[in-house]
Design a protein around this ligand. Structure first.
Ligand code: NCD
Length: 308
């Protein structure tokens, strides 16, 4: 399966087989990472262009590249770059592609990663474009579910929180529907996933999708709970944010009614939507999930740059 030279803008660009192949490769790279890494990408350079804040995505891409023996250049925030002088994205990309072997980009504007890929002759990886998509987060989310649950088909997954502005849930809902999981969308009324997006999910994948406003109502029936932060920075009007702030919270009390094997995931960062007393329960796996960013991103970089 050769993915050399490909972009990852949306998981729609990859076949089921290619997604499963990347997950299988990630398992191999997890073992390699545990042994301290390898030299597979020695001499190669990755550029990380982050126009928006990031901790896990940027650092795990960078750590993954280092673990593969490669090097990293890049920036975090426009400050100190020519973007501050008014340079457009296309020109930035046409310049940076001469300095490296692959580009990871995070940008607040939907469609920006696609635009970058159109102007680049080297692989471009979308690390989040506005509220739109975050495909590599989805790959690590799928990897986490596969490790913990051994399957996707027939699982009941609740996506909880900001389903309107959250990009992780847009990418993940499509992927889970594609692999035949049942979805329950749990959010306050104001943060519902757009009806057009939900109808398209149902139409394209023929899966069962329920919508709820309270997690308490579905806690007994779910196998995976995927909690998300309210995306404060994407609200056009902050008074709207104030109205929904603190409207949902997962606590250890709520988990008394959960299935024994329920796993709780979160792309992180968390603000107040999961109370700290949940961290020590057997259900909480969000920090392990964050670790899985390393082997998954090693697999992505190895496949795109080297054709593993
Ligand atoms: C997410 C993102 O940036 O979309 N974080 C991440 O990549 N792990 C989720 C978020 O910011 O809430």
């Amino acid at each position: 399966m050769n993915l050399k030279g490909r972009d990852i803008i949306s998981l729609d660009d990859l076949s089921d087989g290619q997604i499963l192949y990347l997950l299988k490769k990630a398992e191999e790279f997890e073992k390699i990472e545990e042994r301290g890494g390898c030299e597979l990408l020695k001499g190669k350079i990755l550029a990380t262009l982050f126009f928006e804040p990031s901790t896990r995505t940027r650092l795990s891409f960078e750590a993954a590249m280092h673990r593969l023996g490669g090097r990293v250049i890049g920036f975090s925030g426009k400050e100190g770059t020519s973007v501050r002088k008014g340079e457009n994205l296309a020109d930035t990309i046409r310049t940076v592609e001469n300095y490296c072997d692959a580009i990871v980009i995070r940008h607040p504007v939907e469609g920006s990663a696609k635009l970058a890929a159109d102007f680049s002759s080297i692989p471009v990886i979308n690390a989040g474009d506005g509220a739109h998509l975050h495909p590599t987060q989805t790959l690590l989310d799928l990897y986490t579910i596969k490790k913990e649950k051994k399957k996707f088909q027939g699982l009941t997954v609740a996506l909880v929180g900001d389903l309107k502005y959250g990009r992780t849930v847009h990418s993940l809902s499509k992927a889970l529907a594609r692999f035949d999981a049942n979805l329950i969308l749990v959010s306050p009324e104001q943060l519902r996933m757009s009806p057009e997006f939900v109808s398209k999910l149902k139409r394209d994948y023929h899966v069962e999708i329920k919508e709820e406003t309270k997690i308490e109502k579905v806690i007994k029936e779910i196998d995976v709970m995927y909690v998300t932060r309210i995306q404060r920075e994407r609200f056009p009007d902050l008074t709207e944010f104030e109205k929904v702030k603190g409207l949902y919270k997962v606590t250890s009390l709520l988990l008394k009614n959960a299935k024994e094997g329920l796993i709780i995931m979160h792309p992180l960062p968390r603000v107040d939507e999961i109370s700290p007393d949940v961290d020590k329960t057997r259900h909480a796996i969000y920090f392990k999930q964050a670790y899985y960013g390393i082997p998954v991103r090693m697999a992505i970089l190895a496949c795109l740059i080297k054709g593993e």
